[in-house]
Design a protein around this ligand. Structure first.
Ligand code: AHG
Ligand code: MN
Ligand code: MN
Length: 359
């Protein structure tokens, strides 16, 4: 059983053979996995390692940093800065791109990451993750913020790690989406879930329903119809899940189908969504598309967006093709004013949503 398995390094070397990225991209992704093993060890030790709790500091988004947010950020930087493979790195936890020490050689790639996703779940021992995205730098010199502002279609690799009952890594280099499980005794990620596919249809959705009154009408319509189940327009029952770690919610979708939504809401009107484009939405969208799913803002493909700032937020809806296409249709119908009134009591009063958003 221990012999003949496909390790992550072997898999990457085979997938990238003959491409312009063959040597360096595999090496960079192996460096990323070194960080992931460190983070896996810290999250597994939990309170025994003194890793739980907050630091009392805030990141650029005004969020209180947990100890593990910062330690995970350091783990990725330390694993990836020295090898001459990256030209620069940007992270959720750093206001500006990381300044690579002068002593280290510069490489061909930019690494963008969310070192610990779902950090509100750390202290309650619920699955968290790490999300990463690799872009080509494409020029000489030191990268500036503008160099990182590239649409998701330009990613050459992306993926995530999930620290759950087992630690897994799911990634794509543009040739399908593949899952690996960490064998802790040996210290290798082993290919366990080749060629993951997301079914086009589903009966399961994930959303933070406490924000319902802040959503736009097309999302309210979609969720109201799911909740009405077989007694409503959809004529069938739906199930709901919400883990509050995007990585864990997306992983469930890759394993058994479904959709995930973190739509735009009016809770904090200045923020067009909760999730960040460069290091949450784009890498996850790449993974989802490569598994046959769809990743949308509700009004367009996430991977086509031209980023405007490093920590920019976007609405995110992803997973089963037919359901995301339905959500996009509800947005179109709402924007054009051709949507019909709904059976849900929420929608009896059209004035609820007629004044807003239809300029
Ligand atoms: P992070 O911990 O990196 O800031 O990301 C948390 C994100 C995402 O993982 C999750 O889907 C969402 O925030 C949870 O939001 P709620 O607090 O609204 O449940
Ligand atoms: Mn996150
Ligand atoms: Mn995070």
């Amino acid at each position: 059983m221990l012999l003949g398995r496909t390790t992550l390094s072997k898999f990457l070397i085979e997938q990238l053979r003959g491409t312009e990225d063959q040597a360096d991209l595999a090496a960079l992704l192996v460096d990323v996995t070194a960080a992931i093993k460190t983070i896996a060890s810290m999250t597994a030790k939990g309170a025994l390692g003194g890793y739980l709790g907050s630091l009392g500091t805030e990141n650029v988004q005004g969020e209180t940093q947990k100890k593990l947010d910062v330690l995970s950020n350091d783990a990725v930087i330390q694993s990836c800065e020295w090898g001459g493979l990256v030209a620069g790195m940007a992270s959720e936890e750093l206001d500006e791109p990381y300044q690579l020490p002068r002593a280290f050689e510069r490489g061909a790639y930019l690494l963008v990451f969310d070192p610990l996703d779902g950090s509100s779940n750390i202290d309650v021992n619920v699955s968290v993750g790490t999300i990463f995205s690799v872009l080509r730098f494409g020029r000489l010199g030191e990268p500036t913020v503008t160099d990182f502002l590239r649409p998701g279609v330009e990613q050459v690799a992306a993926g995530y790690a999930i620290y759950g009952p087992s630690t897994m890594m799911v990634l794509t280099v543009g040739k399908g989406t593949h899952g690996f499980t960490l064998d802790r005794e040996i210290g290798n990620f082993i290919l366990t879930h080749p060629d993951l596919r997301i079914a086009e249809d589903t009966g399961e959705f994930a959303i933070n329903a406490s924000n319902e009154r802040f959503w736009e009408p097309p999302v309210q319509r979609y969720v109201a119809e799911c909740k009405a189940g077989r007694t409503g327009d959809r004529g069938r029952d739906f199930n709901m899940r919400w883990i509050a770690s995007m990585v864990a919610d997306v992983h469930r979708i890759l394993m058994r189908g479904g959709i995930f939504m973190y739509p735009k809401d009016t809770k904090e009107p200045a923020k067009p969504g909760r999730l960040r484009l460069l290091y949450e939405a784009n890498p996850i969208a790449f993974v989802v598309e490569q598994a046959g799913g769809v990743a949308s803002t509700g009004r367009g493909r996430i991977l086509d967006l031209q980023p405007e700032s490093l920590h920019q937020r976007v609405p995110v809806m992803l997973g089963a093709r037919h359901e995301i296409e339905r959500l996009e249709r509800y947005h179109r119908e709402y924007d054009s004013g051709s949507d019909k009134p709904f059976a849900s009591p929420l929608f009896k009063d059209r004035s609820l949503y007629s004044a807003e958003g239809r300029a």
